[in-house]
Design a protein around this ligand. Sequence first.
Ligand SMILES: [Zn+2]
Length: 370
Amino acid sequence: MGKEHLQASLRYRPQFFRDVLGQPAVVRVLQNSIKFGKVSSSYLFAGQRGTGKTSVARVFAKVLNCDDRKEHEPCGVCDSCLNITSSCDPNVIELDAASHGLKEDIAELQKMAVQVPYPGKKKVVILDEVHMVTPQGQNAFLKLLEEPPKEVIFILVTTEPTKLLNTILSRCFRLDFRAISVPEVEKSLRRIFADAQVQVEDSVIRMLLNNSEGSLRDMQQVADQLILMADGRLTEQLVSDLLGYMSVDQYKELAFLLCCKDFGQWVDGIAEMFESGADLSYVLTKCLPNLIRDFRCSTCVDDDWDYLSGIAHSSFKKNVALTLEEMDLLQQAMEDVWEMNRMGSPPRLCMEVFYAKFLDEARYQAKCGS
Ligand SMILES: [Zn+2]
């Protein structure tokens, strides 16, 4: 497959420890375990999605089996490294527990794991989404961990370590992967756009980062979509049209509507958003909470702040006319209509009910208070 056809998340998948983004502590621990000959027989890689857990597991497997290891990095060119890169190395077994949750499959795994690897090699079993394994499966698996077959290393990968049995947790050397920081995601995004020779406005990068939530993989996938549509230049308008992300100006408009306390104006504003093709479900579940969070921050910080909406601090100070009590009511009304939305009410209706609830409650409280 040509390099240009690979998705960004695969194209930029780290092949060496030095390429792993945002996990210096994890990388140091793994490299040191090799350096000092203290490789454990089972690891738990825990952390939110898109933070590089399986990629790191593969790099680790590569270093362990590389024929020409250099400074605790794989060489990248020996047969073993090449086979692992293309997922066809018999010593590295990768299983997705989401589809292997049953006890019988663990028995299968047991059989596979006891097959001895080639001399001088380690067998590395990467069990992805391991929290999906049933409790019976986990118990069966525990036996493997208690008496690990020789030369076998288990790497359990999970986004939800709390769903694992304590007996499993206590058998594993646990490494926590942290969310990828904003500057790291930014660096990666800029590199992807530069490699694809797409010009990007800074405000676009800002918009994407505000939606990144620490998952590098998600952002790389978004970048891929955008590159296909960009035609060499990526504008705020295009991102807003393609992904439904809100631009700073749209956030300002929403902030203005929230503060106006006029139901007619709110409904008209929502109608306008709807007609311009905005994804109101996204506005309801993502933009509203972002903005309410920003309102709150603006009351307790004095200077520039990393606002999720991208609105400038001075603009918040000048234009936001909400009391702390009103912010509480907005939050409450929003959470109430989320429930409606979950039960299937259309987002446009939810947006309207949200504001009606807020105004009603604000008026009621004003009456009680006076
Ligand atoms: Zn190698």
